[in-house]
Design a protein around this ligand. Structure first.
Ligand code: SF4
Length: 241
């Protein structure tokens, strides 16, 4: 079942599941997959165990943006299946050009498929989630690679089209976090940033609204486009192109 996570976007769930156990996943992806798993009788969906659904390879959603493995983490996907996924993308002939998002909290995994991404760079954007710059306390939130390592791997990735998802935002150090985003911006690879608070009341350590506002204002004043979700009153400005 394709799911809409962002405007104009639907997930393509031919691979699903994850073992990073983010605290905020319980009320979002895991909850949705519990329901789906029960409805379709898939125990691995129900328990969010990484697994493939090859019968969905030929069913690419009709949305302008396709979130590939949107309810899963590509880090846990068998490599042969990622390559099969690209064959399905190649074979797909949509009426209008599409954009494919590949997102990971372990972005070093993208290096395994860099040849495929580069061949398709007109339609592929790579994303990582970076909720904070802080490693301290992060194991309370997730088993994914620490934020500083994740940032390093994403920064070092030799790919020209990147998006940063800062959602759900966790408390951060203003200067350090701004500098991380600016480094990607100066690299010339950052297309935009998603920014938003936890919408599910998961009890996360969050920044104040004032700090979040300062953060987006500084990014904006540096010409970075920010798209928002669950903003709790934080104001985003139009970015001058
Ligand atoms: S990395 Fe994504 S899919 Fe995996 S547990 Fe965290 S939120 Fe869920």
């Amino acid at each position: 079942m394709p799911i809409s996570m962002y405007p104009d976007t639907k997930t393509w769930n031919s691979f699903l599941g994850c073992k990073f156990d983010c605290k905020y996943c319980e009320k979002s992806f895991k909850r949705v997959l519990k329901r789906v798993g029960r409805n379709i009788g898939c125990d691995k969906c129900y328990r969010y165990i990484p697994h493939i659904h090859p019968e969905r390879l030929g069913k690419i959603p009709s949305s302008p943006i396709v979130f590939v493995f949107g309810q899963g983490e590509i880090y846990f996907c068998p490599p042969h299946f990622v390559r099969k996924t690209f064959k399905a993308i190649d074979a797909h002939n949509p009426r209008k050009p599409k954009i494919y998002y590949f997102q990971s909290k372990a972005p070093s995994v993208f290096n395994l498929y860099l040849d495929l991404f580069l061949e398709n760079q007109d339609k592929v954007i790579l994303l990582t989630t970076l909720e904070t710059n802080r490693d301290e306390g992060y194991r309370e939130i997730s088993k994914a690679p620490f934020p500083t390592m994740r940032f390093h791997d994403f920064f070092e990735l030799d790919y020209p089209r990147k998006v940063l998802t800062i959602e759900p935002v966790l408390d951060f150090d203003l200067e350090e976090f701004v500098e991380m985003v600016l480094m990607l911006h100066r690299q010339g690879t950052l297309e935009y940033v998603w920014f938003g608070f936890d919408s599910k009341n998961c009890g996360l350590p969050e920044p104040s609204i004032e700090k979040a506002q300062k953060f987006v204002d500084v990014l904006h004043s540096n010409g970075i486009e920010i798209r928002g979700k669950s903003l709790r009153g934080v104001m985003l400005k139009e970015t001058e192109k």
